[in-house]
Design a protein around this ligand. Structure first.
Ligand SMILES: O=C(CO)[C@@H](O)[C@H](O)COP(=O)(O)O
Ligand SMILES: [Fe+2]
Length: 219
């Protein structure tokens, strides 16, 4: 595993009244991807943003928009997010009804497809999907909110998925999301993660701290 570590700040922890400026600020601070958490108040107990906001933010950065869908069902909204400017579209297989069909739909729109595994979802859920996707996202908190603590049992899962990815021989990113800090980032990286989502840890201290916060997470 030689991929450089990528940092994807979750804009869930940004100032929502100044989202465009916040996206520009994390871009200039050296992030790799912009992580967008989409929640529907049904699949997860929180409501955030939809395709209109993604479209409005798109001109503020040329970096990849990493859209994490926490919505159920998924398929009817995939094209809206693709058209809005998402580059990577990830979804939870439990959100159904047909995860492989959803992967095919995302790919047919020319976007990268990711599968997200909740803390209780086994790595085995990737069987018959992994070879057709571009990214696996391991949730190290239960989805729905920023600012939660890292669940360390997920390190075992990250290790197992790194082995699964190596077996495919394909270039599949392994992203970890939830409770990433300067303390937990090295644990996730050692277990095999190559991409870290960080909301609280990126946005703490305000815009003047973003560059140092992002650099600290890279280790
Ligand atoms: O998907 C989610 C939460 O459901 C995440 O992307 C969080 O927004 C990450 O926030 P921190 O744990 O880094 O504060
Ligand atoms: Fe997320």
């Amino acid at each position: 595993m030689n991929a450089p570590i990528r940092i994807a700040p979750s804009i869930l922890s940004a100032d929502f009244a100044r989202l465009g400026e916040e996206v520009r600020a994390i871009d200039e601070a050296g992030c790799d991807w912009i992580h967008v958490d989409v929640m529907d108040g049904h699949f997860v107990p929180n409501i955030t943003i939809g395709p209109a906001v993604v479209k409005a933010l798109r001109p503020h950065s040329a970096k990849p928009f990493d859209v994490h869908l926490m919505i159920s069902p998924v398929d009817q909204f995939v094209k809206d997010f693709a058209d809005a400017g998402a580059d990577i579209i990830s979804f939870h297989p439990e959100a159904g009804p047909h995860p492989h069909r959803t992967v095919q739909l995302i790919k047919s729109l020319g976007k990268q497809a990711g599968i997200v595994l909740n803390p209780h979802t086994p790595a085995k859920m990737l069987d018959y999907l992994i070879e057709d996707i571009d990214l696996v996202l391991v949730m190290s908190v239960n989805p729905g909110f920023g600012g939660q603590s890292f669940i360390s049992s997920q390190l075992r899962k990250i290790e197992a998925i790194r082995k699964m990815i190596e077996k495919t021989g394909k270039d599949i990113r392994l992203e970890v999301d939830g409770g990433i800090t300067v303390e937990t980032a090295p644990l996730a990286i050692s277990a095999g993660a190559d991409t870290l989502v960080a909301g609280t840890a990126t946005f703490k201290g305000g815009p003047s701290a973003y560059a140092a916060n992002i650099a600290a997470l890279r280790g």
